[in-house]
Design a protein around this ligand. Structure first.
Ligand code: GLN
Length: 311
């Protein structure tokens, strides 16, 4: 993995050098914010970890947790999950409520907030005996072979007390019969999974199971293939909200972003990749994170759509 080590170091150097320029080009959400640190980690399917840049700092994984939630829900009830949530891109911001009215309380996909709240409801209903913070946080800890994972206190406090928009979505879905649990508990579990704090290497290790599409353990290979197909297809089509098409063209890997500045990307049968940089574009995706993944995909040829033009 020596070449990969050099490549990640080069990417981290380039990103850090050109951070201000990238932000100007990318329609930064807060154009005056300092670019801040950048980190990248690649975990091969054999478990080898390679890092570049700042890989020690932990950040809240935020919406990246929605992928883990969908995995738990699919394990619990299979594709019956999609009786409660759609699987189409939304064309609206991640916290939009408007589609719920059009679709009688059924969210467009599991990666917008409303869809994730329904997914968390499914998880709570079918796995009521999970650990203190629910089965999704348990899954992340399990992937890291730890008893527990740290939760960001600031996210916990601000998103429980200030979660009025998410609460409104829960009420709306309850009205339409698409919420079975206690809305306060569903919100609490959702915020806890968003607050999970990991560094890049930990995030990539936690997501490594997504890169191993063909392996089977105690379950049948077919059941696993069904889940991986759903998870990776939805990451590709909905993982970056309204910028998912642009991301697919530029990077060509199934991936999920979070407003903590992290992105988890998957090169199927090759590696799980995590990048982190705080500054976000207008869609809530990490500006430098997307650029770094674009560089990585171009230089490794990992895009599932083949090498970019001129490569
Ligand atoms: N896109 C995100 O990462 C958003 C997650 C955030 N916790 C919210 O509920 O709005």
């Amino acid at each position: 993995m020596t070449d990969l080590t050099a490549l990640l170091r080069d990417i981290a150097d380039e990103i850090t050098h050109h951070a201000a320029k990238l932000e100007r080009e990318a329609d930064a959400k807060d154009p005056d914010a300092a670019p801040g640190p950048f980190g990248i980690a690649v975990v091969g399917i054999d478990g080898t970890v390679t890092c570049g840049g700042d890989t020690g700092t932990r950040f809240p994984i935020q919406s990246i947790s929605k992928v883990f939630a969908l995995e738990v829900a699919l394990c619990a009830i299979g594709d019956r999950v999609f009786e409660r949530v759609g699987r189409e891109p939304s064309g609206d911001p991640f916290n939009s409520i408007v589609e719920l009215e059009r679709n009688d309380g059924v969210p467009r996909n599991p990666f917008v907030n409303a869809g994730a709240l329904v997914t968390v409801d499914v998880v709570g209903e079918h796995l009521p005996d999970a650990g203190e913070h629910g089965a999704v946080v348990d899954l992340i800890a399990h992937q890291l072979e730890r008893a527990e994972v740290p939760l960001d206190q600031e996210v916990l406090e601000s998103e429980v007390s200030g979660g009025d928009l998410n609460r409104a979505m829960l009420s709306f879905m309850k009205h339409h019969g698409n919420l079975n649990g206690d809305p306060d508990l569903v919100l609490r579990r959702y915020v806890e999974q968003c607050a999970v704090s990991l560094n890049c290497a930990e995030l990539a290790r936690a997501g490594r199971f997504l890169a191993r599409t063909k392996l089977s353990g105690e379950e049948t290979a077919d059941a696993r293939a069904m889940r991986m197909r759903h998870l990776l297809a939805l990451m590709m089509t909905c993982g970056h909200y309204d910028a998912s098409g642009d991301f697919a063209l530029r990077v060509g890997l199934p991936a999920k972003s979070g407003v903590g500045g992290g992105i988890l990307a998957i090169a199927p049968e090759v590696a799980a990749i995590a990048v982190w940089s705080r500054n976000l574009d207008q869609n809530g995706n990490s500006i430098q994170g997307v650029h770094a993944l674009e560089m990585l995909a171009a230089r490794t040829g990992w895009s599932v759509f083949g090498p970019p033009k001129g490569a």
